[in-house]
Write a protein that binds this ligand. Structure first.
Ligand code: 5GP
Length: 176
């Protein structure tokens, strides 16, 4: 609980970003405090170890999933893989498109990043509508990898993103 309190103290709410009416949860203050970063990784690690899941890879989402994912992967002694917005990764890629509030977006992974049968855990900073993580689950299914679950620092409960993840389990540290 002490760790959760520290993390909660380091999340800043910024009104009207990126658009009027949206309350943005800013995690930058967590990163400025090494104790808070350690608390995040400690709690993720505790969760993963206690679920006894046999993870092959941590898959991090562009861009704030990259801030926590590699640290957790290092702790667990497994590799880290990047899922990026379209056009950022070199070499052959596999992609998935998904719907945003206005229009569409595409996520990509390098073709050889994940192989069939591998068990992966997805990580991002925040779950809102769940569109980004759900699309990444689809991408993993395309690659015939098994999604063991999704980890986020913050879950915005009202937007019901967890429902969009279907049967994939979600672990969030803070809920708003
Ligand atoms: P979703 O696809 O679940 O609607 O949106 C989640 C994605 O948008 C995540 O990659 C997350 O980084 C970003 N995002 C949306 N809203 C916020 C917010 O309030 N704070 C932060 N830090 N990220 C957000």
């Amino acid at each position: 609980q002490e760790k959760l309190d520290l993390i909660a103290q380091r999340v800043r709410a910024i009104p009207d970003f990126p658009k009027k009416g949206i309350l943005f949860r800013d995690i930058c203050p967590i990163l400025k405090d090494p104790g808070a970063v350690a608390a995040v990784i400690d709690l993720f690690e505790e969760y993963v170890r206690q679920t006894n899941l046999d993870i092959d890879l941590i898959v991090g989402l562009d861009a704030r999933g990259f801030l926590f994912g590699p640290l957790l992967a290092q702790r667990l002694g497994v590799g880290f893989v990047l899922v990026r917005k379209k056009g950022k990764l070199p070499g052959p890629t596999v992609s998935v498109s998904y719907c945003l509030e206005y229009g569409k977006a595409e996520l990509e992974i390098q073709e050889d990043a994940v192989s069939a049968g591998q068990k992966v855990m997805l990580i991002d900073d925040l779950l809102a509508t769940g569109g980004t993580l759900a699309a990444t689950c689809d991408l993993m299914t395309q690659k015939q990898a098994t999604v063991l679950g999704c980890l986020v620092v913050i879950e915005l409960k009202e937007l019901k993103g967890a429902e969009k993840l279907g049967t994939h389990r979600l672990f969030s540290l803070l809920q708003y």
